[in-house]
Design a protein around this ligand. Structure first.
Ligand SMILES: [Zn+2]
Length: 166
């Protein structure tokens, strides 16, 4: 069971005013009647609830279906290097622009590294946009995807170190 989120954090919580499906409400109350289910917002034990609202924090409640074990680890592992590279590339832009404008720009590998960072950042954003497609992939493919992305980034980082300290 999950709380009915949305605007409940900003608006003062009141009993729901929108018409509720009485069957759904009955199912919800039936579900918590003999179970120790906790409010998703304040963790109050909802056992023997009589209204579809948390008695403690007034959060409107609804019955939903959730995954037994949501797996976002590989998605996060696949997106993280790109987000990091993208942010690093963005921060690198200012000093690069300044040195270029002063007439002695950085050596060309720095441009390559920055371009890689931007590409990687946009790739990560694309992956985030297609996250549901990613999560539908079989686990083995998700592992491969995360491993390839990490391999590319670790390799790029080692090339960067080699160029910086040659
Ligand atoms: Zn509550």
């Amino acid at each position: 069971m999950r709380g009915f989120c949305g605007d409940s954090m900003t608006l003062p919580s009141a009993p729901p005013t929108q018409p509720r499906d009485p069957e759904e409400v009955e199912l919800l109350l039936q579900f918590v009647r003999e179970r120790n289910v906790h409010c998703p917002r304040c963790d109050y034990n909802l056992r023997n609830l009589s209204q579809p609202v948390c008695p403690e924090c007034r959060e409107p409640l609804q019955l939903t279906v959730g995954a037994r074990k949501p797996r976002f680890g590989l998605l996060i592992a696949s997106i993280a290097p790109g987000i990091f590279s993208g942010i690093a590339a963005m921060m690198l832009c200012a000093p690069m622009t300044i040195t270029t404008l002063r007439g002695n720009g950085p050596p060309w590998p720095v441009y390559m590294v920055d371009a890689f960072g931007w590409l990687s950042g946009f790739f990560a954003l694309g992956l985030f946009a297609m996250r549901f497609r990613f999560l539908r992939l079989p686990l083995g493919k998700q592992v491969t995807c995360a491993a390839v992305i990490w391999f590319i980034h670790v390799t790029a980082f080692m090339i960067l170190l080699a160029v910086a300290f040659h």
